[in-house]
Ligand binder design. Sequence first.
Ligand code: ATP
Ligand code: MG
Length: 415
Amino acid sequence: METPQAIRGTQDIFGAEAEAFAHVVETFERVRKLYRFRRVEMPVFEKTEVFSRSIGETTDVVSKEMYSFEDRGGESLTLRPEFTAGIARAYLTNGWQQHAPLKVATHGPLFRYERPQKGRYRQFHQIDAEIIGAAEPAADAELLIMADQLLKELGITDGVTLQLNTLGDAASRDAWRAALVEYFRAHKGSLSEDSQDRLERNPLRILDSKDPRDKAFVADAPRIDDFLSGEAQDFFGKVTTGLDAAGVAWTRAPSLVRGLDYYRHTAFEFVTDRLGAQGTVLGGGRYDGLMESLGGPHTPAVGWAAGIERLAMLVVDAGEIAPESPDLAIVPLGAAAETACLGLAATLRRSGLSVEIGFRGNMKKRMSRANDSGARFALIVGDDELAAGEAMVKDLATGDQERLPLHAIPARIGA
Ligand code: ATP
Ligand code: MG
């Protein structure tokens, strides 16, 4: 019988990559607490309309990338392609308005039917942070400052820049949109098929196109700056002065738009030059119009998400993950010692030591495995030692060994 293959675009993560993945999540958990973001857990699937109404029917995510299916009850469901829409739905259905401004964070798997390649998968994972019910530019700044601290604590800021743009308020954005339609219409025949299609329905998307035929025209496209209302300029100014006050470096990226339709005002990406085409590690912005698209009241909000796999690749490349050695390796010799050492190992682990214990092979094999573990000390326990309530403590660096009573071992190994 043939072994079934994994689904295309999914990954079985192991080794340094898996350690880096866990390190990203642990660091995020620590940093989000410093910034006082509360943890939320969200369903992996939602009614399809949660995404189609909020993200926008004409975006790539909704039109091409969603994993949607009918369940046995005939309802159209979708595996979440992003966190924000589901969190917005939860905010409305649970009455979380009472907690506004609500700062929440989560992480987990997302699903998009994309062309798999390095840094781009069909099941991937994100860390995510949102501030809901906050119209103040300080919220945008705080989120960006948190993202910056996270990348710094992960040790991966080399070659990473924060690209920042404003999409303006509704009026600025509409005027910009009209100018973009007019501009791109004049070049329609030279654009990619996708962008010809986007032209009338969603011209901002052309700015985000990765097709070289479109990129040629993006450089000279009308800029949002020429259409920004005074209010929108003021808002953006407060975000950037907030970043400056916190010493967060940023670069203005006037044609940066995001892959989803709901963004207003601030839009940003942390981009690296180290991951080839998949260079965006963290992206987000303000989504003041999203709650209304889900039938809720006007609710200003801002958030970001970062791909854990992409961050983990940078962590591995930066050499931030060293294989962890145990504090000690226990080598039991004989059946009675094996049982006794299970107890000894449990006692030591309960006191906070990391302990490797070997059950396989002869004495020589067990010793060589203890050496390979990278532990500083090996505890060798045979029948003699057992009878005396002692163990042989071997310093694997120097080769010195001494017999000690079991209770004296933690002190000897410096625990
Ligand atoms: P891209 O332009 O790379 O497709 P995006 O704009 O679609 O990214 P977002 O929806 O903003 O991405 O998601 C935020 C982050 O999630 C991205 O910056 C990236 O790190 C990660 N991400 C998005 N899609 C994938 C994927 N298919 N595989 C791995 N990571 C992904
Ligand atoms: Mg995408």
